[in-house]
Design a protein around this ligand. Sequence first.
Ligand SMILES: C[S@@+](CC[C@H](N)C(=O)[O-])C[C@H]1O[C@@H](n2cnc3c(N)ncnc32)[C@H](O)[C@@H]1O
Length: 209
Amino acid sequence: MAGDEGHDRARLWDDVYRTRPADALSWYQAEPTLSLELIDALGATSGSAIIDVGGGASVLVDHLLRNGFTDLTVLDLSEAALRTSRQRIGAEAKVGWITADVLRWEPERAYDLWHDRAVLHFLTGEDVERYRATLRRAVGPEGSAVLATFATDGPERCSGLPVTRYSSRELAMVLGDGFEVVEQRREVHRTPGGVEQPFTWLAARRLPA
Ligand SMILES: C[S@@+](CC[C@H](N)C(=O)[O-])C[C@H]1O[C@@H](n2cnc3c(N)ncnc32)[C@H](O)[C@@H]1O
């Protein structure tokens, strides 16, 4: 990622969240059904440390709090998105909010589960390498990951940006060696505007060393 690209990206996403209500954005889901199913399939328990990378204004964290999870972190480069979530959930909720670009972020602790819905697909080339390295540093030895991107027949752009489309095999390759696939799914997401967007989902856990 060159020079000011990270700042430009943060500005772009802040503008997206400032100009439209969260529930009008194409990726909005009232019920993060597959995220919850796959988090469950990976054996997460209420004390599991879960990070939602590029969580934005997603209501996944609300659902996890309601389900009794106690160690939740949401990371996003858009301060505006995180403010929306913080205001919705309430300041008293015990959630770690990290305003950061995942490509520059240095994890300060290990997480049991990395969740990313619709962030990885914006990255290309060396940025994917950087993403992989950060994921592998952040996910503990018995940790796991849920990744969701546009499928191979999904949209080619989102928010004016080009995206890379993935099969489940290609998503597994992003994780690299030492992960076993637990589940792979295809989902057709319907945007608030009624457009269908095929997604590929992958749930994988680290193999014992
Ligand atoms: C398509 S939205 C998905 C939001 C959320 N995961 C969901 O499912 O509702 C992509 C999100 O990724 C964030 N994002 C994009 N690039 C990022 C980066 N390099 N580091 C951290 N967050 C990023 C954006 O601000 C935005 O909130």
